[in-house]
Design a protein around this ligand. Structure first.
Ligand code: NAD
Length: 318
């Protein structure tokens, strides 16, 4: 990876952990974020650093991307509307697809060595093969969020082969850990701290998915960027197992030392949490493992650690 690095979405959950890691390695980083779902607190400790420049701006504006990326050789592009649940299709198109097109347009005019893009397990839709490898097909997303991520991947591939802009798609499973402000672990932790007797669960609890610790996801992302072999390459980024939503609830209760909590299942269609919720997701992470990466935690451990960290954060009022 070559410095300086343009990090879009660097004030967000995953982005701020990537920032910690890059600065720890001595990289210069330009953070481009519009702070729509990111927080200054996430990056506050770095604001005085000579290695960081923060640009408050929107990736939907090409000129902003152009100005922010001057001199950057690596682009890690995480900024997006990350709302999977019934998000607004227009928003997904504008923030995710238009925003990514702007990044790629700027990248092809600069001497960029790689654009790494935060994709998602949702690009597979309801895969029938578990664990699902990167070359699984047909890819039929069942949410507009997943569709927007797959469209972005297609653009990355096209720019890699047409304009020689190398691309990496990081297909994240459910990433969990400190600073997360959405997702099932955050949701359960927050609800249980306000009512430790009763927990409302979206869906029938049998949805089974993979949860990856944010530190493992960051290491996986950097491994993929450094060791990629193709002009465009996709990588599954998940833990090696999958657990049910009921098991997530049990793990969060254990993390918070709660017993006898009543679970109330609020049904979505077919036991899903909401229309567009993929019920089963378990990624085959063999490709990254073959490059030397290995996750430190399985899903249950990642969930427990996250709930404990989130409890600490929420009790401090953040
Ligand atoms: N967290 C997960 O479990 C998960 C799973 C799969 C994929 N992803 C993807 O990873 C990326 C990071 O997700 P996250 O969980 O850290 O979300 P997040 O909301 O914490 O981070 C997204 C960041 O992008 C910024 N942003 C959003 N729209 C922008 C725009 N138009 N211009 C500039 N900045 C903008 C936000 O302010 C925020 O700081 C996203 O692309 C998301 O879709 C996340």
């Amino acid at each position: 990876m070559e410095a300086p690095v343009l990090l879009t979405g660097g004030a967000g959950f995953i982005g701020s952990h990537v920032l910690d890691r890059l600065l720890g390695e001595g990289f210069e980083v330009v953070v481009l974020d519009n702070f729509s779902s990111g927080y200054r607190e996430n990056i506050a400790k770095h604001l005085g650093s000579r290695l960081v420049r923060v640009v408050e701006g929107d990736i939907r504006v090409k000129q902003t991307v152009q100005e922010a990326s001057q001199g950057c050789r690596t682009i890690i592009h995480l900024a997006a509307n990350p709302e999977v649940r019934m998000g607004d299709p227009e928003e997904h198109l504008e923030h995710n697809v238009r925003g990514t097109l702007n990044i790629l347009e700027v990248a092809r005019r600069l001497d960029v060595s790689v654009v790494a893009f935060a994709s998602s397990s949702t690009v597979y839709g309801e895969a029938t093969l578990m664990p699902t490898p990167e070359d699984y097909s047909p890819m039929r997303p069942i949410s507009t969020y997943g569709a927007s991520k797959l469209a972005c991947e297609a653009l990355l591939s096209a720019y890699a082969y047409t304009y020689n802009v190398p691309g990496v798609a990081l297909r994240y499973a459910n990433v969990v850990g400190p600073r997360a402000r959405r997702g099932v672990v955050y949701d359960f932790t927050r609800k249980l701290l306000s009512n430790p007797h009763r927990l409302e669960i979206l869906g029938d609890g049998t949805q089974k998915k993979s949860y990856i610790w944010v530190g493992d996801a960051v290491e996986a992302s950097l491994t993929a960027i450094e060791k990629r072999r193709e002009a465009f390459e996709a990588f599954n980024v998940g833990s090696i197992d999958a657990i049910t939503v009921r098991e997530v609830a049990d793990a969060v209760c254990d993390a918070l030392s709660l017993k006898g909590v009543e679970y109330v299942f609020v049904g979505g269609p077919g036991g899903r949490g909401w229309p567009g919720d993929v019920k089963y997701m378990h990624l085959d992470v063999g490709r990254l493992i073959s490059l030397g990466w290995r996750p430190r935690y399985v899903s249950r451990e990642a969930v427990i650690l996250s709930a404990q960290e989130l409890k600490r954060e929420l009790s401090k009022g953040f």
